[in-house]
Design a protein around this ligand. Structure first.
Ligand code: DCT
Ligand code: MG
Length: 549
């Protein structure tokens, strides 16, 4: 439940000429809330902003959000609920009502003494936590991340959540109908391929069909027989080309998309828009996550998945949607962090990096790098950054382990600084106890020195990848702040709607397209000072799909 804040907006009168005690309590509260000189600490800044905005109130002067400072200190915690933070850091147990009050989940009508007590207690807990975190943040050099990045980003995210994105319900229903047809057809043809009906959703029945009836090669053994997960079916299909598998996979793919669209449909609000909720303290790398519904996991690699973006559309009064995304941001960060002269030069020359690396590894001119070669080296480049072994690479590229080992060796011979960087990053993290992004966002990895090999190796993979993914997250957050501020500074009506990792989606007001395009490109490119340029790709159109590129 939302907190019961004063329900009407305060009169926009000048409060400064009157001493505060002459004002009505509600007006006094409103004045205090919007006073940037009156410092406030809070647990859940974004939620408070939204609740207050809905009641016509402004909130300024927030110097700490303990749900975020707690995260910056320990980004790997499972939750940052007030009760848990209080228990862990202050060693105090707080009653459920206090926790609810602190998280703005308590309804309060002004006459309920118990609720009032809970609110007062909650305020004391949040303040105590914030005081405790002050030193912790300083020690970890995270004060600036909090004050100049995360808190301002909360404000931008609150606006984006409130705005939401318009949905074309007819298109949504059309897609659902199309998918229903695809699903039926795939099922029919799957039945035809084996000569009888079977429940395609039952792993047990599928095992009987695949391994008893059709006698296909066995997949990985699991408790209940042999696995029929997506990856195994894919490799089984590649081995056998069996029609039943073709249809089964088409069926699954379509069923998954249908489920996704159905859940999107359920989350369309009364205003015809979907309002996701972003979280800044869920992904330990620093990435923003999206929930209820998750708008960051709509498939992008398949045309069918991309098509789902067609249901997100521009709304009345606006000209188009604009999608802007960073090109190869992770590889650019890798080039920057490793300082590899070859990679940096390639980016400075405006080369397509994966093509460039492909040409170096396969010893052919860049224009003879096929798309198969390109995707191989791409998988390898990212794989290595994420701790992939030659065994893992051989599986991924479906080549022998020897071949994979040779590829890796060639890669590292050519891009030696990358190898040194990747090695160094883990060694350094072992010494420091944490990894850091370009902006200094830390991730503590105590398991790096664990005696448990599995825990240790997992921590090593995290150490490899966190600086890269985390730096990308910092950069897009800086870009969001720049875009938001610049839209305001130029007095534009266009607004940011979505953030999907390396992509921003904006709704462009009539006549503002050129200005917005220029502004977004400029702000995104300027969001970090790397030794390689940041490149931004822009697309516009009536839907998110059409704006894609
Ligand atoms: N990714 C990965 N492994 C891959 C491919 C991608 O981990 N084999 C991750 C890291 C980059 C991110 O997904 C975005 O993917 P792409 O856009 O495919 O990568 P890119 O470097 O931007 O390449 P391209 O120029 O083809 O877009
Ligand atoms: Mg890309």
């Amino acid at each position: 439940m939302q907190p019961r804040w004063p329900s009407s907006a305060p009169a926009p009168q000048s409060t400064s000429t009157l001493p505060p005690w002459t004002l009505r309590p509600r007006t006094r509260l409103a004045a205090w809330l919007r006073d940037p000189e009156a410092p406030k600490v809070i647990h859940g800044f974004k939620a408070a902003l939204k609740a207050l905005t809905a009641r016509g109130l402004e909130l300024e002067g927030v110097v700490d959000d303990t749900s975020i400072s707690g995260y910056l200190i320990q980004p790997d915690r499972r939750t940052y609920e007030l009760a848990e933070l209080a228990q862990h850091h202050l060693n105090v147990g707080i009653p459920a009502a206090t926790a609810k009050a602190g998280q703005l989940e308590l309804s309060f009508d002004g006459d309920d003494n118990a609720a009032a007590d809970a609110l007062v207690q909650a305020a004391a807990v949040v303040l105590a936590l914030s005081r405790f975190f002050e030193d912790e943040l300083r020690e970890r050099r995270a004060e600036e991340l909090l004050s100049t990045l995360e808190l301002p980003v909360s404000r931008v995210l609150a606006d984006m959540e409130l705005a939401g994105i318009a949905i074309d319900m007819d298109k949504m229903d059309d897609q659902l109908a199309d998918l229903a047809r695809v699903i039926d057809q795939a099922q029919e043809q799957a039945f035809a391929a084996i000569g009888h009906e079977v429940n395609l959703g039952s792993p047990k029945q599928l095992q009987t069909v695949l391994f008893d009836e059709l006698q296909l090669p066995k997949t990985k053994k699991i408790k209940s027989g042999y696995t029929t997960d997506a990856a195994s079916l894919k490799s089984l299909l590649e081995k056998t080309g069996h029609e039943f598998l073709v249809q089964l996979m088409a069926h699954r793919e379509a069923a998954k998309l249908r489920q996704m669209i159905e859940s999107l449909k359920k989350s369309v609000a009364e205003d015809g828009r979907i309002h996701t909720t972003y979280a800044q303290n869920v992904a330990a790398t620093g990435r923003i996550s999206s929930n209820n519904p998750n708008l960051q996991n709509i498939p992008i690699r398949s045309e069918e998945g991309r098509r789902v973006r067609g249901i997100f559309v521009v709304s009345d009064g606006y000209e188009c949607l604009l999608s802007a995304d960073y090109s190869q941001i992770e590889m650019r960060i890798m080039a920057h962090l490793s300082g590899d002269a070859g990679l940096i030069q390639a980016y400075k020359d405006g080369e397509d990096l994966h093509r460039f690396v492909g040409s170096n590894i396969f010893h052919v001119p860049t224009d003879q790098v096929t798309s198969a070669m390109r995707s191989k080296v791409k998988a390898m480049s990212y794989g290595l950054a994420y701790g992939l072994t030659s065994f893992g690479l051989s599986k991924q590229l479906e080549i022998s382990v020897d071949e994979a080992r040779t590829l890796m060796k060639d890669y590292f011979d050519r891009f030696g600084a990358v190898r040194d960087y990747l090695r160094g990053v883990v060694d350094q993290a072992r010494v420091d106890g944490y990894t850091a992004t370009i902006e200094g966002r830390r991730r503590y990895l105590p398991d790096l020195t664990s005696t448990d090999r599995q825990l240790r190796e997992n921590a090593e993979r995290i150490a490899l990848n966190s600086p890269i993914q985390g730096s990308a997250a910092d950069i897009i957050k800086r870009a969001m702040l720049g875009v938001h501020a610049e839209l305001q500074a130029q007095g534009l009506k266009s607004r940011m709607l979505l953030q999907v990792h390396d992509e921003l989606v904006l709704e462009v007001a009539a006549g503002e397209r050129d200005s917005v395009e220029k502004l977004v490109t400029g702000q995104m490119a300027a969001a970090a000072d790397l030794s390689v340029p940041l490149e931004v790709q822009i697309g516009v159109g009536p839907s998110w799909y059409d704006a894609g590129h």
